[in-house]
Design a protein around this ligand. Structure first.
Ligand code: ATP
Ligand code: MG
Ligand code: MG
Length: 355
C-alpha cells in the first residue's frame, strides 16, 4: 500500500484520506501542531492541504522530506505579492494591483487604482479575512501594520465569480473540470453550481490560463483558480495550490473527484479527463449546527467535518447531483427549512441558476 503524507489535518486532508481508501492509498493527514516523529520513508510522497504553515516540529519533518511535491510552489502562491507578480509575468489577466509600500498613502492608491480599493494581507487571509476596503478618497487611511504586508487591488465590478479546478501530472498532462459558478457572501463561499452550458464559451480561456500557470510552476496535482467574469472575459482573482472548496461538487458529480485526482497525480497513477455526470450543486455549511434531518432530503450527500461550530466557520457541505433540474430544485426546497434563514439567499441563487 503506498503512503502519502498530507501537511495539515483539516477537512481537506480528511477528504483526501477518504478518497485514497478505494485506491488502496494510505493517506496520512498530519496535524501541524503534532509533536510526533513520523516514520517518513524515502519513497513516500508528501503533499499539503494548505499553502502556508508555521514552523513546527511536524511541518519541519514533512517539509524536509525530499519527495514533498510542489514544495517550491507553496511560498510563491501563499504570498499575494509573489502570486500576483507571477500572474503578471505570464501575461494573464488579473485585477490591477500594487504593493502597499512603506511610503504608500491611501491617496496614492486611489490615484493609481480608483475610488474603490481593496487591501489584502499578503499572507494568511482566507474566507475574506485579512481584507480592508478603501472606499472614501480623502478620508481613508491604510492600517499601520499593513505597509509592506499587503497588496492593494482595484475593485472589480464583476458580473459573477467562478473558478476552474485543474490537475497536472508529472508528465505535464493537464485536465480540467468545467467552470464552477460560485456565490460568495461577505468573502466566504456559500454555494457552487457546475457545469453550466452558458459558461462553456469561457472554458477554453480558463483552461489556457490555469495550464499556463501550472506549466510554468511545473506543478503536479490539483490547483484551483478563482476568477471574476467581466463580460466575456475572465480576470484571475487568486490561486490555490491544492484541492479547493469550489471543487467539492466533484465528489458527487464527476467520475474522479478533485481529491482522487490530486492523489492520482501525486502518486503518479494515471490521470484521465474526469467524466462529469449531471449538474451538481454544493451548499456550504458555515457556522451551522449539524442536523440529521438533512439526510432525509433525497439525493443529499453530506460531508460533516466534525469541527466545533463557530460563526463564520466552514463545518460541512452538502452535494447534490440529481437526474434533472426539477429534482435538484425540489431537493433545495426541501432543504431550505432545515437551514438558518439567511440560507434562503443561497438556495434562491442556486435555484435561479437552474432555470
Ligand atoms: P478564499 O477563502 O477564497 O481563499 P480570500 O480571503 O483569500 O478567499 P479573495 O478570494 O481574494 O480572499 O477575496 C474574497 C472575496 O472578496 C472574493 O471572492 C470576492 O467576492 C471579493 N473580492 C476579492 N477581490 C476583489 C476585487 N478586486 N474587487 C471586488 N471584489 C473582490
Ligand atoms: Mg484565498
Ligand atoms: Mg478566494
Amino acid at each position: 500500500m503506498s503512503r502519502i503524507w498530507v501537511l495539515g489535518a483539516g477537512q481537506l486532508g480528511q477528504m483526501l484520506k477518504h478518497a485514497g481508501m478505494p485506491l488502496n492509498l494510505d493517506v496520512r493527514p498530519v496535524d501541524i501542531e503534532s509533536e510526533e516523529t513520523f516514520p517518513l520513508l524515502p519513497h513516500e510522497q508528501v503533499t499539503a492541504e494548505r499553502e502556508q504553515w508555521p514552523d513546527t516540529a511536524a511541518t519541519r519533518q514533512l517539509s524536509a522530506h525530499p519527495a514533498f511535491v510542489n514544495l517550491d510552489t507553496f511560498p510563491i502562491l501563499a504570498d499575494r505579492f509573489t502570486q500576483k507578480s507571477l500572474i503578471d509575468k505570464l501575461g494573464l489577466a488579473t485585477a490591477p494591483w500594487q504593493l502597499v509600500e512603506t511610503e504608500t498613502s491611501a491617496d496614492d492608491l486611489h490615484q493609481q487604482l480608483g475610488e474603490r480599493v481593496l487591501l489584502k494581507r499578503r499572507t494568511g487571509g482566507y474566507d475574506g479575512r485579512g481584507q480592508h476596503w478603501l472606499r472614501d478618497p480623502g478620508q481613508d487611511a491604510i492600517p499601520d501594520d499593513w505597509h509592506t504586508q499587503a497588496i492593494a487591488e482595484q475593485a472589480i465590478d464583476f458580473d459573477e465569480e467562478m473558478s476552474v479546478v485543474g490537475m497536472r501530472g508529472a508528465d505535464g498532462q493537464c485536465f480540467f473540470y468545467p467552470l464552477t459558478l460560485n456565490l460568495h457572501v461577505n468573502g466566504i463561499l456559500l454555494g457552487s453550481v457546475a457545469p453550466l452550458a452558458r459558461l462553456a464559451h469561457l472554458q477554453a480561456e480558463a483552461e489556457q490560463m490555469l495550464a499556463t500557470l501550472m506549466n510554468d510552476l511545473d506543478y503536479v496535482g490539483v490547483m484551483a483558480m478563482e476568477c471574476f467574469r467581466v463580460g466575456d472575459h475572465l480576470l484571475i482573482n487568486e490561486l490555490a495550490p491544492r484541492v479547493h472548496n469550489s471543487g467539492h461538487w466533484t465528489q458527487a458529480g464527476a467520475s474522479v473527484s478533485q481529491f482522487e485526482a490530486h492523489l492520482r497525480a501525486v502518486a503518479k497513477l494515471p490521470l484521465v479527463e474526469p467524466r462529469v455526470k449531471n449538474l451538481s450543486v454544493m451548499v456550504n455549511l458555515v457556522g451551522v449546527d449539524k442536523d440529521d434531518a438533512w439526510l432525509s432530503v433525497p439525493g443529499a450527500e453530506l460531508y460533516w467535518y466534525g469541527k466545533e461550530v463557530r460563526p463564520g466557520r466552514k463545518v460541512g457541505h452538502i452535494n447534490f447531483c440529481l437526474d434533472n433540474h426539477a429534482d435538484t430544485k425540489a431537493a433545495l426546497d426541501q432543504l431550505q427549512p432545515m437551514l438558518p434563514g439567511h440560507y434562503v439567499q443561497v438556495l434562491d441563487w442556486l435555484r435561479s441558476q437552474l432555470d
